[in-house]
Design a protein around this ligand. Sequence first.
Ligand SMILES: NC(=O)c1ccc[n+]([C@@H]2O[C@H](COP(=O)([O-])OP(=O)(O)OC[C@H]3O[C@@H](n4cnc5c(N)ncnc54)[C@H](OP(=O)(O)O)[C@@H]3O)[C@@H](O)[C@H]2O)c1
Length: 336
Amino acid sequence: MKAWLIENDDGIDALNLTDVEIGDPGPGEVRVKIKTSSINRRDMNTVIAPSARNTPLPRIPNSDGAGEVVAVGDKVSEFNPGDRVASCFFKRWHAGRISPAIMGSALGGAEEGMLSEETILPEGALVHLPEHLNWDEAGTLTCAGVTAWHGLVARGGLKAGETVLLLGTGGVSIFGLQFAKMMGARVIITSKSDEKLERARELGADETINYAETPDWDDAVKDLTDGVGVDHIVEVGGAGTLQKSVGALAFGGHIALIGVLTQGELNPYPLLGKSGRISGIYVGSREMFQNMNAAISANAMRPIIDRTFDFDDARAAYHCMQSDSHFGKIVIRSGA
Ligand SMILES: NC(=O)c1ccc[n+]([C@@H]2O[C@H](COP(=O)([O-])OP(=O)(O)OC[C@H]3O[C@@H](n4cnc5c(N)ncnc54)[C@H](OP(=O)(O)O)[C@@H]3O)[C@@H](O)[C@H]2O)c1
């Protein structure tokens, strides 16, 4: 079967499509014919600079994948041939708290990823898919979806009537928008693009702020909330946006610290003064993924896909993310 491999630090155009042998599933393992895989910013960064991220080479990239079970090993209890499944970001985070051992089991990093025609995974690294999702949609859930769910719901405890701030319109933030509206929250979202903000409004965003035109977007958030601030922030900007996020937070609010898009420094005292909480979020467990899928099914929610690429055009998909023009997810179709 064919797989894309990161073989060196020479970037996207050095990705190599090659033949790889994966054998048969052993006890507790499942062989999956992959239909789609989506790209996260982290996958693009891994392709561009694998050595800086201590990625073993050669390595198949991408944590996200959805496909059909084609064979199961002995003692597999949850899956049968024909089942529709998705990969979990961590091979070994089933439930409970994360640990160093779990952190060393990320697909497309320490472990082989999903940008291939087939894969073999332990059954504990797979989940059943919501029935209503097509293959393109199903391939988007693993990283961005679970991260947004973890930050807002599992850790954040989001409740109906609360206010959520989302930074930008990438994969994590658009899942955050969909989950927040699904749960009855009021949503404020930022972007550098008015066109993307218009699309966010069509998805239910209540208020929008162009952060390129309004650099003091924290003040704009306060104005939109009668000076109170927001209850939850999906913080994908990182160190360079965190101070303003603290400024936009309500007393007792929660910041899900997710992204590393910008550099900067934080004065922690305003957070203390507000009794705010910051939680480091590293994707999430299989149990969170299953809970998220239950909510997606109950609400017939459909992930938002910006563009899809054929398997042979995988390099173009990473270039598309690099151009930063996307809204939501970028998908690569692997399957025949
Ligand atoms: N901790 C975790 O487990 C975890 C999981 C997933 C992702 N992440 C991280 O979260 C971040 C987003 O990931 P992603 O996959 O959603 O990326 P993505 O799809 O590429 O989205 C990135 C978007 O962020 C927005 N953005 C960029 N700079 C910004 C700024 N200064 N202020 C506000 N928004 C800004 C842009 O949206 P506009 O074009 O609309 O401005 C951009 O399109 C990355 O740093 C990624 O590594 C972390």
